[in-house]
Design a protein around this ligand. Structure first.
Ligand code: WQD
Length: 357
């Protein structure tokens, strides 16, 4: 029986594939590579010494996706696939509603048809909007403030209604805070297309010389130094959280919701300082206007996940910075495979074997 991972070539998906394989799972990845690169899965195979079955397809392609359920014995689905840029979701909201919500409905319909009723869903702390207080626990008011966040909130509600209509479902919703860092090998990491929206990939692009200066969005917030505070969590800690969430999902029914964060907030300036200490690389900064929609402070109360999933983030901010830098400095252009290197492998419903090292 295999675990179907949608969006498995992405930043969190690829790191979770490593932990799933290391935990002895057989995994099947479906990805359209619209915001990821198959090379990340090549490297997952090299890191783990395991193979992955991969389908290069779009979740909106019902016929191709149904073939995956027909051909494979699927025990559970971990659903990462989705668009996640807040700014882009404001500019093109329909694209986000269609891509994030329609694909989730399609995957759930096929799961129901093939009696696969174990689902782990990738949600986000963005469903809390601008929190009135911190730390944030799962019972806090939900008030998404952008189309991306609203897609996550709507999907959470769809999944809860799905369980009400069919109590055989076991659904675990994971609300991520701010995932950063990379696998210790330096072989996989965050590889946003174009100019990064998020803080850490922007910092590493400055550090590697591809961007000149880090623009800090506002320094008048009611925080330790005026800059925004967030709960940065190492992507490997997050990935391990998915393995533990999967185990729990397979042993129960019902809908369970967990915040996956460290429970500690760092300001932008504190992250910059940690990065400079960890790497020895100086990051030029410039204070600019606050980014519309940004919360001043946002960090998790992770006690529920610690208690019920027996999960706790272990890696600190220095390790997150070290690992982010190792990935970026060894892969200045991310997974982009240069023309002169071997052609990116066209992958379609074939075993993704361990490539020649
Ligand atoms: C962090 C802090 C910025 C960039 C977003 C999404 C959320 C999730 C994670 C998907 C803030 C500051 C940032 C820069 C800066 N994504 N910053 N200069 O906004 O907390 O969360 O990414 O699930 O849904 O909302 O993360 O990394 O963009 O910002 O000063 O160039 O860094 O103001 O205080 P955010 P972020």
């Amino acid at each position: 029986m295999g675990i179907l991972v949608t969006g498995g070539a992405g930043f969190i998906g690829s790191h979770t594939c490593i932990e799933l394989l290391n935990d002895g799972n057989e995994i099947i990845v479906v990805d359209n590579f619209s915001n990821s690169n198959p090379e990340s899965l090549n490297r997952v195979c090299r890191i783990t010494g395991k193979s992955i079955k991969i389908y290069h397809l779009d979740l909106l392609d019902l016929e191709s996706l149904e073939e995956v359920f027909l051909v494979n014995q699927i025990e559970a689905v971990i659903h990462f696939a989705g668009l996640k840029a807040v700014g882009e979701s404001v500019q093109d909201s329909l694209k986000y509603y269609k891509n994030n919500i329609a694909t989730t409905i399609i995957i759930c319909e096929l799961m129901q048809k093939y009696s696969v009723k174990n689902l782990v869903f990738s949600s986000s702390a963005t469903v809390y909007g601008l929190p009135d207080t911190v730390p944030i626990s799962e019972g806090f008011p939900l008030k998404a403030i952008n189309p991306y966040g609203r897609t996550k909130l709507m999907i959470e509600e769809i999944l809860q209604d799905l369980y009400i209509s069919d109590n055989e479902w076991s659904i675990t919703i994971l609300r991520y805070f701010n995932p950063i860092g990379a696998h210790e090998s330096g072989m996989i990491g965050e590889d946003p297309s174009g100019t990064p929206n998020n803080l850490m990939p922007y910092i590493t692009k400055v550090a590697v010389g591809q961007l000149n200066v880090l623009n800090i969005f506002g320094n008048d917030y009611p925080t330790i130094d005026g800059t925004g505070v967030r709960d940065y969590i190492h992507v490997v800690d997050l990935a391990i959280g998915h393995v533990l969430a999967l185990d729990k999902t397979l042993k129960s029914t019902g809908v369970k919701i967990y915040n996956l964060g460290t429970g500690k907030g760092y300001s932008v300036l504190e992250v910059v300082s940690a990065f400079e200490s960890a790497t020895g690389v100086k990051i030029p900064i410039k204070i600019t206007n606050p980014r519309p929609g940004d919360a001043a402070i946002c960090y998790a109360d992770p006690k529920k996940a610690e208690k019920e999933l027996n999960w706790k983030a272990k890696k600190g901010i220095i390790e997150m910075c070290e690992d982010s830098w190792r990935w970026q400095s060894r892969n200045p252009d991310g997974f982009k495979i240069n023309e002169e290197s071997e052609n990116p492998r066209l992958i379609y419903s074939e075993d993704f074997l361990i490539p020649n090292n």
